[in-house]
Design a protein around this ligand. Sequence first.
Ligand code: GTP
Length: 377
Amino acid sequence: MNTTLPVVPATPAGERPRLDARGTSTRGHVRASWGVLGFIASDTALLAGYALLGHVSAHAVLMYALAGLGLFGTYRLGIALGWHQRLRGMLLTLVMTPLVSLQLLGTAFWVPQVGLLMLMTLIPTVAMTALILPTRYLGALCLLLGACSAMLVATHGAALSLPMQAGAEAALTAIWFTMLLGRVATLSVRGTQLRNALTQKSADLAEALQKLEAIATHDELTGLLNRRAAMAMLANEAQRADRSGQAFSVALFDIDHFKQVNDTLGHATGDEVLRRYAAAMLGATRAADRFARYGGEEFLLLMPDQPQVHGALQVADRLRLLTAQHPWHEVAEALAITVSAGVATQRPGETTAQLLARADGALYAAKHAGRNRVQAG
Ligand SMILES: Nc1nc2c(ncn2[C@@H]2O[C@H](COP(=O)(O)OP(=O)(O)OP(=O)(O)O)[C@@H](O)[C@H]2O)c(=O)[nH]1
């Protein structure tokens, strides 16, 4: 009678069993079914004790045991037929809870001298349900069970009792209570496990989202912000500048004769040059500045705190010089890398596309003027 539904145990770490939609493995349900059998056995033993003391009939104990075995069989059949997967892991709850409740209430109607124990045993059963079942089902189940309980009290109220006459009876009842407490405690543990699992899941999700964001906004080779992120940043900066009236500057850098690096030293060396260049520029720019990979060997520097073109030109030229002075021989003997840059400072009413076009024009001019130089657009 004390057949509170057991908690479906988690799957041991490292195994990859078939999971239902709620992440419970078939093996977990099988283990839970053994738990059901354990409850049936312990309840039957206690009831047999009451029968020996003459408090309930042996017939009632036998019926209880048979009903319990029927429940166990139904559960195992459900698992064998894959119901736990079809019912999205709610087999225990959707099928077993009403059946167990039926068993408990039926016994209470039939053997009201243990009726109060049956009603109390309903509590952890419903609590288990509340952990899993959607609210609308839970509400319906509670209404149904409430109506049945009310009917039980209305029709058998006076007869409902706790077996406590003899000392041995009281001892059995105390054991029953202790078992009930154990089941409620197990449910609380399960609730905590579920909450922890949820917390872990949302932490994993947040981490995955962060990784996705990083992938979406960063260039894989250099780790710099990619063009998409750079354009978004530029748009934000333009909005800020519109509001504050404080202009900003951009510089487009392009590695000189980079094709030759690839052609003579190989693509891998070309990649290494790009990586080193990016790292060197990141280390040399201010925290407020943003350095992004704009294209293949083209880079964009956003300078929010450079409202004057001469200041922006100085920054860009410092970076140009740093590039020329970088120990490129560490990458390949006799390797020398220079960059050309075009700088533009935002003009009132100018769009980011117009601003970039001016910077690009200046870069083109720098290339044509001989490379390894910076020009303003
Ligand atoms: N290794 C490597 N090469 C790249 C990458 N992206 C673009 N490139 C190469 O960069 C080279 C750019 O060549 P061009 O546009 O002709 O320019 P350039 O040789 O730098 O000449 P100038 O810009 O006129 O000085 C091409 O060979 C591209 O294949 C990359 O991720 N890795």
